[in-house]
Design a protein around this ligand. Structure first.
Ligand code: GUN
Length: 279
């Protein structure tokens, strides 16, 4: 049996479902992708999101702005898109240049069009387990990946390394919920955690979301654990995860590859969020 969790294949299945539903809609869902500046990693993420739209029949508009864009201009553009009935989703790629206040930008997006799930209203709904909101794409993608791979989460010890607002914190909130596919016992570790090694080794499901290549080595993994690698790092012209994949493989029961694991699921969830209020 293969130990690989094939995120690409699972994401493609989800996208086929989305495409079938989108085909039946007269007015296609619309996603606006806003990119400020010329960060090459951001540009490649946004392009991958645009390709996902094209593959499912969602109409995407990529709006590219110079680094010097004024915060007020970005807020005005978001307000236009909030009012535009052809737009169902608004995504502002992060990080933004330092002169633009990310919090202000997230607050400006209509929560119904907040396909990243970063607006405080959606974050609040997520914490409360209110499913009327939009969930952040990477954490929700990990939940679905585990479900579709028939990996039991209920009662298991999930250890998440990384406390970001985009992955670590929301993933903990989602997996601890009293809902199907959840009910985990969750621990978050971060740069100030004492005994990180011992805590990581106690995980049934270990999630690496640190943004540091090969941070998770074989000494941190319990034999038979499931390993979810959220990292996308560029090292020597190659994309590598946060896990030393080759060293981890003999120890784990299942593992996500990078690329082809969590990344494609993030995009599938983004497309699902874009259609949430349309199907
Ligand atoms: N930058 C890194 N990850 C993300 C994401 O999921 N959404 C947005 N908007 N920016 C990001």
């Amino acid at each position: 049996m293969t130990k690989l969790i094939d995120g690409k294949k699972i994401a493609e299945e989800i996208m086929r479902d989305i495409k079938a539903k989108v085909t039946s809609l007269e007015q296609k869902p619309g996603l606006a992708l806003l990119l400020v500046g010329d960060n090459p990693a951001s540009l490649s993420y946004v392009r991958a999101k645009k390709r996902g739209c094209a593959a499912t029949g969602i109409v995407s508009t990529l709006l590219e702005f110079p680094t010097a864009l004024k915060e007020s201009e970005l807020l005005a553009k978001i307000e236009d898109l909030n009012q535009d009935p052809s737009i169902n989703g608004i995504l502002v790629q992060l990080p933004l240049p330092p002169h633009i206040d990310e919090k202000k930008v997230m607050l400006a997006i209509d929560p119904k069009k907040d396909v990243d799930g970063f607006h405080p209203l959606n974050v609040g709904k997520m914490l409360l387990g209110d499913s009327s909101g939009l969930l952040p794409c990477t954490p929700q993608g990990i939940k679905v990946l585990l479900e579709k791979s028939q990996i039991a989460v209920a009662g298991k010890h999930v250890v998440i390394i990384g406390r970001s607002n985009i992955v670590g914190k929301p993933l903990a909130a989602i997996l601890m919920q009293k809902k199907p596919g959840c009910n985990a016992t969750v621990t978050i570790c971060h740069s100030r955690t004492e005994n990180l090694l011992a805590i990581a080794r106690s995980a049934d499901i270990l999630v690496a979301a640190i943004g540091s290549p090969h941070f998770v080595g074989p000494h941190m993994i319990k034999p038979g654990a499931v390993l979810i690698d959220v990292g996308i790092n560029r090292a020597n012209g190659k994309i590598v995860g946060d896990v030393d994949f080759e060293a981890a493989l003999p120890i784990v029961s299942q593992i996500t590859p990078v690329p082809g694991g969590v990344g494609p699921m993030t995009i599938a969830m983004l497309l699902q969020n874009t259609c949430k209020h349309r199907f």
